[in-house]
Each structure stands twice: as structure tokens, then as C-alpha cells.
Design a protein around this ligand. Structure first.
Ligand SMILES: NC(=O)c1ccc[n+]([C@@H]2O[C@H](COP(=O)([O-])OP(=O)(O)OC[C@H]3O[C@@H](n4cnc5c(N)ncnc54)[C@H](OP(=O)(O)O)[C@@H]3O)[C@@H](O)[C@H]2O)c1
Length: 238
């Protein structure tokens, strides 16, 4: 039986992925910190096992993950906090970087030594790092760091025959985005996001950005001169 380990499986995209992979017959290890929410996810299928740990704590993550086998690892846990008016609060930036960048690194530290040739690791970044969006200093930087890390790691893991995919969603309707107070164009449901991700991972795609039109527009804009990118992003500020 194929095995998938998913972080961030108590909510949003990760939860949907856990339930959909179980429905496809995969054995799912569903990871997060909230035991009540995770138990509710596990209750939906006998194929889902909950695993509680905080990805920002290295020792806790090693205890939880070391020696675990999986054909597919999806590092989906993440958070978002915005800066206001260019005020740089170091604690806020550290929280976002710890969860979105150091957290996946902690998981990889624990898991990679045990992964067999043929397995795949998928890191969930964001299309938000493609342009210098207002208030996104911390979130965008964390996802830009993750994107670079994923691509560089893909080069180095080729020799072990472990594949790396970078997943960059646009807006998906989840508890994370329900806190946003700005327009979110082309927003999709978690079911649609899960379908994109599972289809592309099954094909072995290494760069997965969706929804396609939204990702195309942002990628095209990211090729513009930086001064023009900043002009565009200033225009978007209300
Ligand atoms: N929604 C979007 O529009 C969107 C767009 C682009 C990228 N993304 C990315 O997609 C991923 C999932 O986002 P979502 O929208 O589904 O968010 P969500 O509904 O808020 O879910 C976030 C998940 O991350 C887990 N998590 C957060 N901090 C953690 C920690 N320190 N240790 C372990 N688990 C932790 C949470 O579980 P516990 O609280 O139970 O620990 C939860 O399961 C994130 O990486 C996000 O940046 C989302």
C-alpha cells in the first residue's frame, strides 16, 4: 500500500489532501499540533493515522518523524502574518519564517535519511513570493526561501533518486485566507486545490503552480523589470 505523510493535515489544504489520499487507498500519516482537529480528520477513514508535533521544534520533530517511511511526503503546514505600514516586527517575521521555512527544514532533517529511492517530497510554497506584494515581507520571504531550498534540494537528491516538487498555490478558500480583508482573485476551493496537487504529483511534476491562469499572470509579471513589479504592487495597495 502506498504511504503519504502530510503536515498541516488538521485544516485547509492539508486536511483535504489527507482525506482525498485516504479515499484513493493510500495509508496516510496526518500531522499537526491540534489533537482534536486531527482526531476528527482521522475519524473520516481507517487509513488515516494522526501524528502530533510542532514542526518548529527540531527535537520534537525528530522524535515524531525519524525512521518513518513514506512514498510521498507533503510538507503543507504553514502560517501567514502580514506586516502593517512597513513596520518590521522581528518576532512576527521570526514566527512566519520558523513555521514556513525552518519547519519544513526540520521535517526534512528528520525524514530524508530514511526515505527510499523512488520517493517524492513536496513542499508547499506560494505564488505570493513571485511579486513584491504589499504587507507580504515576512510571508513572501518565507515562501521565497522555501522555493529556493526546494529547487536546490532537487538537484542534490537526484543522486539518491528522491524527487522534489514545489507546490505554489494561488488563493485557496481555507481558515488561513478567511482572515484576509482584501480581494482574492480566482480563489478556488480546497477540493480543487487537492485535485490539482494530486494530479500533478501523480505525474511526477516538479513545479506545480495553480490555478493555471492566476499562476501564469503572476509568473509573467515576475519577468518584468523589478521597478515595474514594484509599481504594479503599489497600484494594488488600497
Ligand atoms: N490558502 C491559501 O490561499 C494558500 C495559498 C498559497 C499557499 N498556501 C500554503 O498552503 C499551506 C496550507 O495552508 P492552508 O490555507 O490550508 O492553512 P490552514 O487551514 O491554516 O492550515 C495550516 C495547517 O498548518 C498546521 N500548522 C501550522 N503551524 C504549525 C506548526 N508549528 N507545527 C505543525 N503544524 C502547524 C496547522 O495545524 P495545527 O494548528 O493543528 O498545528 C494546519 O493544519 C500553507 O503552507 C500555506 O502557506 C495557502
Amino acid at each position: 500500500m502506498r504511504r503519504v505523510l502530510i503536515t498541516g493535515a488538521s485544516s485547509g489544504i492539508g486536511k483535504q489532501l489527507a482525506q482525498d489520499y485516504a479515499a484513493e487507498g493510500w495509508e496516510v500519516t496526518a500531522c499537526a499540533r491540534d489533537g482534536v482537529k486531527l482526531d476528527a480528520v482521522a475519524a473520516t477513514s481507517p487509513l488515516i493515522s494522526p501524528l502530533l508535533f510542532d514542526i518548529t521544534h527540531l527535537q520534537e520533530t525528530r522524535r515524531a518523524l525519524q525512521g518513518r517511511q513514506a512514498d510521498l511526503v507533503i510538507l503543507c503546514a504553514g502560517t501567514c502574518e502580514y506586516l502593517d505600514d512597513g513596520v518590521v516586527e522581528a518576532e512576527k517575521v521570526a514566527r512566519v519564517m520558523n513555521t514556513n521555512f525552518i519547519g519544513p527544514v526540520n521535517c526534512l532533517d528528520a525524514l530524508l535519511p530514511g526515505l527510499a529511492p523512488g520517493s517524492r517530497v513536496a513542499l508547499v510554497g506560494s505564488t505570493a513570493c513571485l511579486l513584491p506584494f504589499s504587507r507580504s515581507e515576512a510571508y513572501g520571504a518565507s515562501k521565497a526561501a522555501l522555493a529556493f531550498f526546494a529547487r536546490s534540494l532537487a538537484v542534490d537528491l537526484t543522486q539518491r533518486q528522491i524527487s522534489v516538487s514545489l507546490i505554489q498555490p494561488g488563493f485557496v478558500d481555507t481558515p488561513l485566507t478567511s482572515r484576509n480583508d482584501f480581494p482574492m482573485p480566482m480563489m478556488i476551493t480546497v477540493a480543487q486545490a487537492s485535485q490539482y496537487i494530486r494530479k500533478k504529483l501523480a505525474k511526477g511534476t516538479s513545479e506545480i503552480a495553480f490555478p493555471p491562469l492566476f499562476a501564469f499572470v503572476l509568473k509573467a509579471a515576475s519577468l518584468l523589470p523589478v521597478s515595474l513589479q514594484k509599481w504594479l504592487c503599489r497600484k494594488m495597495v488600497r
